[in-house]
Design a protein. Structure first.
Length: 369
C-alpha cells in the first residue's frame, strides 16, 4: 500500500507517523516555502488527543505542559479578577500545551528513523501534472496545501470568512508560580489567552480586531500587561503575527485525492481547536483504513467517500460553533458585557452544561470515541 502526502506541516507529519505505524509506505512531498521561525507559537492538545498520540508512539509527554483548568473572563470581570466561567478541576488534566517547534522537531526525528516514510522535494509543476492526470502509483493522495495547483484546480469551493484581525503571539518569562490554569479574556480588542508552558513561562495569543488599525508591538505589550492579573512578568519574546481567517471546504475529495488539515477546515484560534479537529479527523480516517487492512481489502476511493460522510457535517457544526463564540463576545463587548454576564452566571451553575462543554472541547462532537 502506498500513500502520498503533500505538505510539510504538523498535520502532515502526524498522519505520516500513524500510517507508517501500520507498515504503509508513505511518500511526503514538500513544496519549497520560506522558512518560518514560529518560535512563539504553541499548540493546545486535548486530553483525548494527547492520549491518542502517545498510543500511536508519538511520545510528547516530556515536551508538554498539563493544564487542569480554564478560567474565562470578559472585559468587566477581569478588573475584579472574577471569572464568568471555568472548566476543569485541580486534579485532572483537560489539555496540554506544547511548543510548535518542539512538536515538529519530534515528528521529523521519528520520520527520519522510519523506513516506511520517504521525503521528497517538489521541484517543478510536473509532479502536480502527473497527479492530476492520474499518472502515479499511489493508492491514496492526501493534500494539505490549499494554495497548490491541485487545490486551485479541484478544491476551490469554500465557505470563507476574513475576521479582519491579526493574532499576536509571544512567550513571557515570569517569576515561578504554580502554573496549570489557562486564562481566556474576551477584551474589547479581541480574545486574549494566557496558556501555561511551565512554572515560569506562559504563551500569549492575542487576536486584535480590525487589522487596518496597525498597532505597534509596544502597544500590544502594554495591553497584555494591563489585562494580566496573575504573572510577575520579566520579559516578552519578539511578537509573531498572522492573519485570521476561517475556511471550510465544500467537497473533501476528488477520485483518490483527499484534502486534509487546514486545507479542509481552518478556524479562529480562540478555543485552540484547529489541530484538535485534524487529529480527530486522523482517528476517523485511520479507523476506516484499519478496517480495510484487517479484512485484506485495498485502500481506494471508498475510504474517502465514507470519510466525508462521517465527518463533513460534524466539522461544519464544530467550526460554526467556534465562530459563534467569537461573534457572541464581539457583539457582547459592544453592549458593555451585559449579555455574557447574565448568561454565564446561569451557565456557571449548570453542571450538565459544563460537563458537555468539557467533552465538546476534548472530543469534538464525537463523544463516543
Amino acid at each position: 500500500m502506498n500513500v502520498c502526502l503533500i505538505g510539510n506541516g504538523i498535520s502532515t507529519l502526524i498522519l505520516a507517523n500513524v500510517l507508517a505505524n501500520r507498515n504503509i509506505k508513505v511518500s511526503i512531498y514538500q513544496e519549497a516555502q520560506p522558512k518560518k521561525k514560529l518560535i512563539t507559537r504553541t499548540l493546545g492538545i486535548s486530553k483525548n488527543n494527547f492520549n491518542y498520540l502517545i498510543k500511536e508512539k508519538i511520545n510528547i509527554q516530556r515536551k508538554s505542559w498539563p493544564v487542569n483548568k480554564i478560567k474565562i473572563f470578559n472585559e468587566i470581570e477581569i478588573e475584579n479578577s472574577k471569572e464568568i466561567l471555568n472548566f476543569g478541576s485541580k486534579s485532572d488534566k483537560i489539555f496540554y500545551i506544547i511548543k510548535y517547534r518542539d512538536l515538529i522537531n519530534l515528528l521529523y526525528t521519528r520520520i527520519k528513523q522510519n523506513k516506511f516514510v520517504k521525503q521528497h522535494k517538489i521541484e517543478n509543476s510536473s509532479f502536480f501534472n502527473s497527479i492530476l492526470k492520474e499518472e502515479d502509483n499511489y493508492d491514496l493522495i492526501i493534500n494539505f496545501n490549499e494554495k497548490n495547483k491541485i487545490s486551485k484546480k479541484l478544491f476551490f469551493k469554500r465557505n470563507e470568512k476574513d475576521y479582519n484581525s491579526l493574532a499576536f503571539t509571544s512567550l513571557i518569562d515570569h517569576e515561578r508560580c504554580k502554573n496549570n490554569i489557562a486564562h481566556q479574556i474576551f477584551t474589547k480588542f479581541g480574545p486574549l489567552a494566557f496558556l501555561p508552558c511551565s512554572n515560569n513561562k506562559t504563551s500569549i495569543v492575542f487576536s486584535i480586531l480590525d487589522q487596518n488599525n496597525i498597532i505597534p508591538d509596544h502597544k500590544i505589550k502594554e495591553l497584555i500587561l494591563n489585562y494580566n492579573k496573575k504573572y510577575k512578568i520579566k520579559s516578552f519574546t519578539k511578537f509573531e503575527k498572522f492573519k485570521l481567517k476561517s475556511s471550510i471546504l465544500k467537497n473533501y475529495y476528488h477520485k483518490k485525492i483527499l484534502c486534509f488539515g487546514d486545507n479542509l477546515h481552518k478556524i479562529h484560534p480562540l478555543a485552540g481547536q484547529g489541530l484538535n479537529m485534524t487529529i480527530r479527523d486522523i482517528k476517523i480516517l485511520l479507523n476506516l483504513i484499519d478496517f480495510r487492512i484487517n479484512l485484506g481489502l485495498p485502500l481506494d476511493n471508498s475510504i474517502l467517500v465514507e470519510f466525508q460522510n462521517k465527518t463533513k457535517h460534524y466539522n461544519y457544526i464544530f467550526s460554526n460553533a467556534i465562530d459563534f463564540i467569537h461573534e457572541f463576545f464581539k457583539f457582547d463587548n459592544n453592549f458593555g458585557n451585559l449579555y455574557s454576564k447574565k448568561l454565564f452566571n446561569f451557565l456557571e451553575a449548570n453542571s450538565l452544561f459544563k460537563k458537555y462543554t468539557t467533552k465538546f472541547a476534548d472530543k469534538g462532537i464525537f463523544f463516543n470515541y
